[in-house]
Design a protein around this ligand. Structure first.
Ligand SMILES: [Zn+2]
Length: 105
C-alpha cells in the first residue's frame, strides 16, 4: 500500500465512529475515547520533558461525548463537532488509523 491513507466512508453508529478505509480496513472508535484523545491544544495541553502536563484539562460534560457531525478536512483528517460546541480537534487519518493498535479490549 503506497501513498497516504484514504478514507472510503465514515458513519456515527451508536456510540462509535466507524471508519472504512480505501484498503478495506475498518476502524471503530468509541466517541468517548475519541473525545478524550482530542489532539487540540485545549484538550491535549502540553507536556514538558519530564512528562508533566500543563493545561489540557477541558471541562467535559455528557454532551462532550455526543458527536453532532464530522467533516473531512483537506483529505487528510476529520474534524468532529461535539454537542458541547467543541470543534477544534483535527484528527489526522494516521492518528485515527493507529487507534486499533493502541486500543485495549
Ligand atoms: Zn479538543
Amino acid at each position: 500500500m503506497q501513498g497516504p491513507l484514504a478514507l472510503e466512508s465514515f458513519a456515527i453508529i451508536g456510540e462509535e465512529l466507524a471508519i472504512r478505509w480505501k484498503d478495506g480496513i475498518e476502524t471503530y472508535i468509541r466517541l468517548e475515547e475519541l473525545r478524550r484523545h482530542c489532539p487540540c491544544a485545549v484538550c491535549a495541553g502540553e507536556k514538558d520533558l519530564l512528562g508533566h502536563q500543563y493545561g489540557g484539562s477541558p471541562k467535559l460534560s455528557p454532551n462532550s461525548f455526543v458527536l453532532k457531525s464530522c467533516a473531512p478536512v483537506g483529505g487528510y483528517a476529520l474534524q468532529p463537532v461535539w454537542a458541547d460546541g467543541h470543534s477544534s480537534g483535527i484528527y489526522s487519518y494516521e492518528y485515527l488509523r493507529s487507534w486499533d493498535s493502541g486500543a485495549e479490549e
